[in-house]
Design a protein around this ligand. Structure first.
Ligand code: PMV
Length: 348
């Protein structure tokens, strides 16, 4: 079929890494494998309007709107994305686009929208591909969408499915690849069902270090090789943890991964401290809370000051009471977001 004019809408969630991707090679190939929980409430909705051009254009023709407002500062990143994916979806230069996007989480909350945003856009483009090539199977569709999303933002390739997604070749994980994310293929204990992620917004400012700059810090980093090996080992350990339901072992791996990510930034040149005093206050409170209660609340961090609190659904009541009495004071404007593990992107 020939595609003249139309629109497609996809909704795609964010994700939170348990074993972190930090460091990459050429063409968005990760230096180590990673695994994440797909989220549910934190998501991006993107509508791609397309109109076939009379003559294919040299430059990509598109405009971008965020929450209804034209956003020219998003264009360079999307232009780079189009350039990287063109060889895999050559039809893209035959169209002009209007990209309308909105996030469920507040603008400038410090929550990265690159994973949800790039995966939503990649899925919209794949829906065009599917119109042009109806024989594409569902499996091929998702795999290629994840492949394209990776070229937009590495971690975006882990946002299409749920509830656990691996990205990066790992010897024990069947089907794992550096090129796209795959659903975690093994048994997961019921302790991890509906796991909760409450995001404490410690610092809503612009990221101090973009992830592009951050990944590059791992080139010639004195601890790079040890770190990459450790990520492989931690992923191996997690396979056993997911099977057994050992929450203590889970906490140890997840918190160590978060602190190691930040340790890599503190020990690179140039060096950065991305935690804020309140990040540390929260971490210490979590450790004390765990000691006092024996509950299974733990934290993880992205490349910033905000804290993700991970805990089992059965402990929700006690943890929320603790957050409201002891942790909200460390959040900007007492702001936090409750999320849970989710099941991936949806065509609207
Ligand atoms: O996808 P990027 O290039 O924005 O990198 C994300 C890096 C971390 O969020 C720090 C870790 C991860 O695996 O998501």
């Amino acid at each position: 079929s020939s595609l003249e004019k139309g629109k497609i809408t996809w909704e795609s969630p964010s994700n939170i890494a348990l074993v972190k991707y930090w460091g990459k090679k050429e063409n968005q190939i990760p230096a180590n494998p990673s695994i994440s929980f797909t989220l549910s409430n934190c998501k991006t909705t993107t509508t791609l309007h397309y109109t076939k051009l009379e003559v294919p254009s040299k430059e990509y023709q598109f405009s971008v709107f965020l929450e209804g407002e034209q956003k020219d500062d998003f264009k360079p990143k999307i232009n780079t994305f189009f350039k990287r994916i063109e060889q895999y979806v050559p039809f893209i230069k035959e169209y002009a686009y209007k990209i309308e996007t909105s996030n469920s989480f507040p603008h400038s909350s410090g929550i990265a929208s690159s994973a949800s945003g790039m995966s939503a856009l990649a899925l919209c483009i794949m829906s065009m591909e599917k119109e042009l090539n109806p024989n594409l199977t569902q499996e091929e569709f998702i795999k290629k969408a994840s492949f394209l999303a990776r070229l937009g933002s590495g971690s975006a390739c882990r946002s299409l499915e749920g509830d656990l997604v691996c990205w990066g070749a790992h010897k024990e994980i069947t089907g794992s690849s550096d090129l796209f994310g795959v659903k975690y293929p093994f048994e997961v204990h019921s302790n991890f069902k509906n796991y909760q992620d409450t995001i404490l917004l410690v610092d809503k400012g612009e990221k101090q270090v973009s992830s592009t700059v951050g990944h590059n810090l791992m080139h010639n980093h004195p601890y790079a090789d040890n770190r990459f090996n450790q990520a492989h080992d931690n992923l191996s350990k997690l396979i056993h943890v997911f099977k057994s339901g050992d929450l203590k072992a889970f906490i140890e791996i997840v918190e160590s991964e978060a602190l190691t990510l930040h340790a890599m930034m503190m020990t690179s040149l140039p060096y950065f401290i991305l935690m804020k005093p309140n990040t540390l206050e929260i971490i210490n409170k979590i450790w004390a809370f765990r000691q006092q209660t024996g509950l299974h609340l733990c934290f993880t961090l992205d490349a910033g000051a905000n804290v993700h609190l991970l805990y089992p659904e059965v402990e929700k009541e006690e943890v929320l009471a603790f957050i409201n009495s002891e942790l909200v004071g460390y959040c900007q404007n007492e702001h936090y977001i409750c999320d849970t593990v989710g099941f991936g992107a949806q065509l609207i």
